[in-house]
Write a protein that binds this ligand. Structure first.
Ligand code: GDP
Ligand code: ZN
Length: 293
């Protein structure tokens, strides 16, 4: 499995390393692969050849079909996206959090919401926020790197999934979480070292970290306000609380956008309805031709 990628090099971890070979190999790829445009990403399962055990080098000769692909960050074969947002510092921003969640839902993978820095909120405020997010269709995982709250639950969540991706705005404590979960990682954070000159702050660098046997997590370079999804007809499936309503009460028309259509079965009494509605209006406005037929 490709566990790190930088410039023209791939770091590949062997599933069953032969006795005389190291378990991690620094690889280039066959030019044939480049020419065919067959890109290789972190998370890909690959076939390696020409193993040089003394220098821990090899060549990637083939890529297995992938079960999923995320483009931002580029990760293959992930099956869960963890969206981390802080309860405070930075303050909880419903619009920003929703943008991250909608972007994560677009992958159609399992999505989990992680509330970080829970030590900064009293228990009353925390349970109100929790209830509010349950109204969005999420069961948030409450964590704090300060107190260790939720670490075991987070570790268990990560351990059940071969590849998870951790994303969220910068400053919410993603690095602190990973450092807490992965002893030894701290040594590498910020420090540019090793064969790949790795450093978490290197742009576009993606790496998978082992959290448990057979379970890895990728952290993403932070970005702060993802764009809204562009496909208006798919918007409804990106809101779990709307998805759940539609499962119980489908609308009369399959292409219902849940605005004011006849036979629409969707209620208006959920917190993010205005947001859903604005997003639909915005997308229709964008896609409507500006002049003439
Ligand atoms: P990242 O940008 O998401 O990777 O966030 P960092 O891990 O770099 O953390 C950003 C800031 O938040 C740092 O100053 C951390 O010390 C602080 N921080 C991280 N986790 C916690 C936490 O659980 N509680 C509190 N109070 N502060 C935290
Ligand atoms: Zn409807």
């Amino acid at each position: 499995m490709v566990v790190a990628l930088q410039a023209n090099y791939l770091e590949v971890e062997l599933t069953d390393p032969p006795a005389d070979a190291p378990s991690r190999l620094l690889c280039t790829r066959r030019t044939r692969l480049n020419h065919r445009g067959a890109a290789v990403y972190v998370g890909d399962r690959v076939r390696v050849e020409a193993i040089d055990p003394d220098h821990a080098r090899a060549v990637v000769a083939g890529v297995e079909p992938r079960s999923s692909f995320l483009s931002r960050p580029p990760v293959a074969n992930a099956s869960c996206v963890l969206v981390a947002v802080a309860v405070e510092q930075p303050a909880f921003d419903a619009d920003q959090v929703s943008r991250f969640l909608l972007t994560a839902e677009q992958t159609r993978l399992q999505v989990r919401l992680v509330l970080t820095k829970c030590d900064l909120l009293n228990s009353g405020a925390l349970s109100r926020l929790q209830t509010r997010l349950q109204g969005w269709g999420y069961d948030p995982l409450l964590v704090s790197s300060q107190t260790g709250l939720g670490f075991e639950e987070l570790r268990m969540q990560l351990a059940t999934v071969p590849i998870s991706v951790l994303c969220g705005p910068s400053g919410v404590g993603k690095s602190s979480l990973l450092n807490g979960l992965l002893p030894g990682l701290a040594l590498r954070v910020g420090a540019v070292s090793g064969r790949l000159q790795r450093g978490r702050h290197t742009t576009r660098h993606v790496e998978l970290h082992a959290v448990a046997p057979g379970a890895r997590v990728a952290d993403t370079p932070g970005f702060n306000r993802p764009e809204l999804p562009q496909d208006v007809s798919n918007l409804e499936v990106l809101f779990p609380e709307l998805r759940h309503q539609l499962e119980r009460h489908p609308c009369r028309f399959r292409d219902c956008l849940h605005r004011d259509e006849p036979g629409c079965g969707v209620t208006r009494d959920w917190e993010r309805y205005p947001m859903y509605r604005r997003a639909v209006d915005e997308l229709l406005g964008v896609s409507r031709p500006s002049r003439g037929g």
